[in-house]
Write a protein that binds this ligand. Structure first.
Ligand code: FES
Length: 118
């Protein structure tokens, strides 16, 4: 369910997904919001949200990837995606990334339908 008027400033578009404590450091978690697969990571206390569907074989495995140098590495064939932007280090393509806000220890994500071209 969407959250409304949490603290002003356009919070209508953000959805609460979990408590911050429900995320383990450097261990991804999978969420499905409005039929969109989301992979959420907490790295050094910062939370990142990316689309969970690896564009290589369209598998929902990104949440199970491991973290290296600010990127998540797909566990299937090793494609890397920047945690902040979703982009691959070597090109402009990659995964959709989503804005994250932490309010009162609750993780909120702004779902947008932008799509990167392949
Ligand atoms: S399925 Fe992700 S790199 Fe192949």
């Amino acid at each position: 369910m969407p959250e409304f008027n949490l603290s002003g400033n356009n919070m209508e578009a953000f959805e609460k997904i979990c408590c911050l404590e429900n995320l383990n450091e450097r261990q991804g978690k999978r969420f499905i919001i409005d039929d969109i697969e989301i992979a959420v990571f907490k790295v050094d206390g910062e939370v990142f949200a990316l689309n969970n569907v690896c564009p290589h074989q369209h598998t929902t495995v990104i949440y199970d990837g491991y973290i290296v140098n600010g990127c998540v590495v797909c566990p299937v064939h090793g494609w890397m995606f920047n945690l902040k932007t979703g982009k691959m280090p070597s090109c402009n393509a990659g995964l959709d990334s989503y804005q994250v806000k932490i309010i009162d220890n609750q993780v909120h994500i702004k779902i947008t339908k932008k799509e990167l071209k392949w």
